[in-house]
Design a protein around this ligand. Structure first.
Ligand SMILES: Cc1cc2nc3c(=O)[nH]c(=O)nc-3n(C[C@H](O)[C@H](O)[C@H](O)COP(=O)(O)OP(=O)(O)OC[C@H]3O[C@@H](n4cnc5c(N)ncnc54)[C@H](O)[C@@H]3O)c2cc1C
Length: 305
């Protein structure tokens, strides 16, 4: 990142930028070195202004949601990381539609859907990310992704233009949407169903959460499932069958509860998690010939670079 860009960002957004900010405090893994520059943006107008400055300097950026699906290098990010806050955390209900800013936590949307007796989002109970991150990843369970509920999204493109895109045009598939890097979702409209009773909805969610707590290490530092499930199979089962459940490298451990969750037990480094991932891929390949594909997004340089 150039000194001139540094000066511009500091001049235009004095309250919003942090230089050399450690990113581990912004990730559920508790892993991640410093970003050259972390900018917290609170309105669409502010976001477009930031992008205009970035464009002037041809600076690319990373967009961080709640950091629950990223593994960030211990060496951090040489460049700019943008986070959404302020108006992007607000949500409202109109009829059977949930209209929410991209930085809205999924937990808030679940509360709103119960209050308004809207069903459809129950599968997302216990999902710790933001709505924007969930839509970008098409997060969900094995059978259903949040993409199936998306009516439309509002986004700001890297050149600063504003666009509305329909859910159909996002071509959702397993843990994938057609959004391109640099396209920033600002607002999302989810279409839910007005059905059932509040108590039924609540008990369904309680049941779902209890199931999660008993099958996943939700209280540990992780990024959820580290690998995508191969078609028709379970990455966790394969890692378990390859004999790695509970295996550790330093403070990085394959969870003893769910082998597709890798845990930062204390002070694990990004490198330790990556070594554990490589080992799991190698062992599973030796065992059944399948190549596990990471679900977690890996950002920044590794120690080998
Ligand atoms: C304990 C635990 C359980 C989990 N369980 C599940 C699960 O059951 N199912 C599942 O699918 N996932 C699960 N996850 C993974 C994760 O929670 C989801 O992928 C989540 O939706 C990511 O949201 P986030 O805000 O944390 O995104 P981040 O991790 O911050 O970012 C993920 C990606 O989304 C992009 N992104 C974020 N916000 C926006 C935006 N506004 N516009 C455009 N792109 C954006 C980022 O640039 C990045 O590429 C789990 C994670 C944990 C820690």
């Amino acid at each position: 990142m150039s000194q001139a860009l540094w000066t511009q960002l500091k001049y235009f957004f004095p309250e919003k930028v942090c230089f050399g900010e450690p990113l581990k405090q912004y990730t559920s893994f508790g892993i991640g070195g410093p970003a050259d520059c972390l900018i917290t943006v609170e309105t669409v107008a502010e976001l477009r202004k930031v992008l205009a400055v970035m464009n002037d300097y041809q600076q690319t950026f990373f967009l961080l949601g709640k950091g629950t699906n990223v593994l960030i290098s211990d060496r951090g990010i040489r460049g700019v990381v943008i986070r959404l806050a302020g108006e992007f955390t607000q949500a409202e209900v109109k009829g059977n539609e949930l209209i929410a800013g991209a930085a809205c936590p999924i937990s808030l949307l679940l509360r709103l859907s119960i209050q308004h007796t809207l069903s459809g989002l129950e599968f997302a109970i216990g999902l710790p990310g933001s709505l924007g991150g969930a839509v970008y990843m098409n997060a969900g369970s094995k059978d259903v992704g949040i993409g199936s509920l998306v009516k439309e999204i509002h986004l700001v493109c890297p050149d600063g233009s504003y666009e509305i895109r329909s859910g159909e045009n996002l071509h959702f598939s397993y843990r994938h949407s057609s959004l391109k890097p640099g396209e920033i979702i600002t607002r999302i409209i989810l279409k839910l169903r007005e059905e059932g009773r509040k108590e039924e909805l609540l008990s369904k969610m309680k049941e779902g959460y209890a199931h999660r707590v008993s099958h996943q290490p939700l209280r540990e530092k992780s990024a959820g499932c580290i690998f995508k499930n191969p078609p028709g199979g379970s990455a966790g089962e394969l890692i378990d069958l390859a004999g790695l459940k509970g295996f550790s490298i330093g403070d990085a451990q394959v969870s003893t509860i769910h082998a597709n969750f890798f845990i930062n037990q204390h002070q694990a480094s990004c490198d330790q998690i990556l070594r554990l991932m490589n080992l799991a891929q190698k062992k599973v390949h030796q065992f059944c010939g399948l190549a596990l594909e990471p679900e977690v997004l890996i950002w920044g340089q590794s120690d080998d670079d």
